[in-house]
Write a protein that binds this ligand. Structure first.
Ligand code: SF4
Length: 92
């Protein structure tokens, strides 16, 4: 059997594991809820949503086919809509 280096065996484009995705979703829900309570509004403007999606479209951590982020596992067409949601690596 051919020996491979560890980086070759790890697909960097895999999503986080199930529990990390649950944690990401909890953080997302908390951020959105806290933003609404603080009066920051609930839904981002259309312009802001488009800006976010444009950033994701250029990001190497974005699955263009599924519109899904490899870093958090979230479906970005939904996540971008909420004022207080965040990119997991602070790109927006
Ligand atoms: S949320 Fe952030 S890390 Fe994820 S695809 Fe968009 S820009 Fe990239």
């Amino acid at each position: 059997m051919e020996e491979k280096n560890l980086p070759e065996l790890i697909d960097e484009n895999q999503y986080p594991d199930f529990w990390q995705q649950i944690k990401s979703f909890q953080e997302f829900a908390k951020d959105v809820g806290q933003g609404a309570i603080k009066g920051n509004g609930f839904l981002a403007t259309q312009e802001e949503q488009e800006n976010r999606l444009n950033i994701c479209n250029e990001c190497p951590h974005f699955n263009l086919d599924q519109k899904r982020c490899y870093k958090c596992g979230c479906f970005m067409e939904h996540k971008i809509k909420f004022t207080n949601s965040k990119c997991p690596i602070s790109k927006w």
